[in-house]
Design a binder for this molecule. Structure first.
Ligand code: 6R9
Length: 650
């Protein structure tokens, strides 16, 4: 049922006035503590990025920092480097060799620590395994793994030999996996027999088997033994090889392949406003520079930190801030396999206490869940090691921000609210924690070297409107795989190739601070996950009983948005609870559990304009219990009034 006041989150953002200057003790030790950095980078962004890139190891220097032919950018043209060499080999010369690179905790409580030397050896060995399986520079490799160190090993091994990885989140269905494998034309799939989630086994291998049945480009599957016998995974000796068996035979060293700065590094699929997911293309030099610099300055990484980003490596946050950003900085990363409430709701705080985590980065939806569980869970654990907190994925409501600051940060940790997208590669808007004052609910200012603006429809600066980026940046997507036209249409046509259109609404306050207000397109944000309304609609109409469907993201206190579906059934089919369950299950089978509709509402008609367009805005009004907006353009205004009556009776 609709919440009492679904717009309250946005209103709270618009009325927020509190300001928290950076704590002096933090500023005194911060990586970024000279405020001149903003002006200096604004004056010459290319010089700023070149300085950052210069902290990495290049095997051939670039000849030009930026080559900009709108809407296509090339960064560090002519330069060569290897990502795995920068994330691993570069740290082996001194004492960092035996420093923890990855501290891993499995959900059942098993533990592993890989030092930089260990990780380097595992990655080198797996690079040789990949080569032995016929994978070389430019080949596509699909990764469908749980949160285990092998996920990072597989990604880094691809970068070592110049193969392009495409990681698919372990919660996606066989159909979603298949679609992504085929779009990328992957030759190899790396998966596991299973993974652990809330004490249950995720049957990854079974899903992978189902997917690759129709993947003609896949020649082999590498299977990591994570769960063992209990997973009951099948094994096809003609196609499958065990990771541990291949690793046992592999040579210990593998020279890193020199890569051009603009060689493709990875593809990562994300939802857009059509049904088909987009393969976002990231390249080597600019991306690594961007995630290296943002990790160093926004997360203030120091040698002794333990950095924990709770995202899954299947999302961009995991790529940039579990693997590439922190490892390029030589940091210690914590990786956790399972759920925050298993075996109990203090699991995260036990982990912070156990490993003395110093920097903690999570999503607002998780913070709201912790709030609901109550402060006794964090209060019962020693969180004194924490010194900096971060959030990402959706706007944070001021109430959750304040709770985070008080109950997790114990009022001494700055909070960095970081705005960015799969497409941007790395963070673009966020405070520098030693320099920027924070305001609860605001992502504050553009990162040095980044040019962001809020504009109206005409493209003129406005106090409220659309967030755009007015200059290219090193981590930006280069194109959409196999669809450069869609790249141009989605991001650049709206402002004639001059601005990058983010798809987010935003406002700017009197201090120039950015306040993100959510998506303005047909993309929903459910618990920080991007889902397209069209994708869910296609899954719904794929069910034999469904005639037509419209999906909206309804405001939800915990998840940010919840998937709400309006469905008309084919003639002679009667609505029932049974059918409702069946249709929900169908969406899960088509896309994955993350897209399961929270509610499905059967209706005899959908509100449409005279030209036949479904009026989603009105459906949102109905679902959120608002007074109905303008219905004059409707073909039959009675439909929506009827819907509203029905909905309220439910
Ligand atoms: C990194 C990531 C991107 C969309 C983006 C926006 C929303 C992300 C946010 C935020 C407000 C923040 N978003 N961070 N909104 N404040 N700090 O989440 O990538 O999955 O591609 O989602 O998420 O709407 O456009 P992705």
């Amino acid at each position: 049922m609709p919440t009492e006041d679904p717009q309250s989150a946005i209103r709270a953002l618009l009325e927020e006035k509190r300001v928290f200057p950076p704590p002096k003790a933090f500023t005194d030790q911060a990586n970024a503590r000279d405020g001149a950095i903003y002006a200096e980078a604004a004056k010459d962004p290319e010089a700023f990025w070149a300085r950052m890139a210069g902290e990495l190891k290049w095997t051939k220097p670039w000849t030009k920092v930026l080559d900009w032919n709108p809407p296509h950018a090339q960064w560090f043209v002519g330069g060569q480097l290897n990502v795995s060499e920068n994330c691993l080999d570069r740290h082996l010369a001194g004492w960092r060799r035996n420093k923890a690179a990855i501290i891993w905790e499995g959900e059942p409580g098993d533990e592993r620590v890989l030092t930089y030397a260990d990780l380097h050896r595992e990655v080198s060995k797996f690079s040789n395994v990949l080569k032995g399986l016929g994978i070389g520079k430019g080949d596509r490799v699909n990764i469908y793994l749980p949160m285990i160190p092998e996920a990072a090993v597989a990604m880094l091994a691809c970068t070592r030999i110049g193969a392009v990885h495409s990681v698919v989140f372990g919660g996606f269905s066989a159909e979603s996996l298949r679609e992504r494998i085929n779009d990328a034309g992957a030759k190899l799939l790396i998966t596991a027999d299973g993974g652990w989630r809330r004490g249950k086994i995720l049957p990854l291998k079974a899903v992978a088997d189902e997917a690759v049945k129709d993947c003609p480009t896949i020649t082999k599957t590498v299977v990591v033994r994570r769960v063992g016998e209990a997973a009951g995974a099948s094994f096809d000796p003609a196609r499958d090889v065990w990771y541990h068996e291949e690793m046992a035979k592999a040579a210990l060293t593998c020279p890193p392949e020199p890569m051009d700065a603009e060689d493709m590094l990875y593809v990562l699929y994300t939802s857009g406003s059509t049904g088909k997911p987009k393969g976002i293309v990231h390249t080597t030099g600019g991306y690594l520079t961007h995630v290296y610099a943002t990790t160093k300055l926004i997360f203030d990484l120091k040698e002794e930190d333990v950095f924990w980003c709770t995202a899954d490596v299947g999302w961009v946050t995991g790529h940039s801030y579990i693997v590439y950003g922190p490892l390029a900085n030589g940091a210690t990363v914590l990786m956790y396999e399972g759920s925050p409430d298993f075996p109990d709701k203090d699991r995260f705080w036990r982990i912070v206490e156990k490993y003395r985590v110093t920097i903690f980065y999570t999503a607002p939806t998780a913070i709201r869940t912790f709030m609901r569980w109550g402060e006794s869970y964090p209060a019962g654990r020693d969180l004194s090691s924490l010194r900096l907190l971060g959030t990402v994925g959706e706007p944070i409501n001021p109430e959750a921000w304040m709770w985070y600051q008080e109950h997790i940060g114990r009022k001494k940790c700055p909070i960095v609210d970081t705005w960015w997208q799969t497409e941007t590669g790395g963070i673009l808007i966020a405070p520098l924690p030693g320099l920027t004052a924070t305001k609860p609910g605001s992502a504050t200012l553009a990162f040095p070297g980044i040019s962001a603006e809020v504009v109206n429809d005409a493209g003129d600066p406005a106090a409220a409107g659309y967030l755009v980026l007015t200059k290219p940046w090193p981590g930006m997507l280069r194109t959409i795989l196999n669809d450069d036209k869609r790249y141009q249409q989605t991001y650049w046509d709206r402002y004639r190739g001059v601005f990058y259109f983010t798809g987010d609404g935003a406002k700017r306050d009197e201090d120039g601070f950015f306040w993100l207000l959510g998506r303005v397109d047909d993309v929903m944000n459910v618990s920080g996950h991007r889902i397209s309304t069209m994708e869910v609609e296609s899954a719904l109409v794929d069910h034999p009983a469904v005639a037509e469907a419209a999906v909206i993201g309804r405001a939800d206190e915990m998840k940010g948005q919840a998937v709400s579906a309006f469905v008309t059934l084919k003639a002679h089919i009667q609505p029932s609870d049974e059918l409702l369950k069946e249709i929900k299950a169908h969406v899960v089978k088509k896309i994955g559990a993350l897209a399961r509709p929270e509610d499905i509402f059967f209706t005899s008609e959908l509100p449409k304009t005279r030209s036949g367009k479904i009026m989603r805005r009105l459906l949102r009004d109905v679902a959120e219990g608002r007074v109905l907006g303008d219905t004059t353009t409707l073909a039959d205004p009675g439909v929506v009034a009827q819907l509203k009556r029905q909905y309220e009776e439910k």
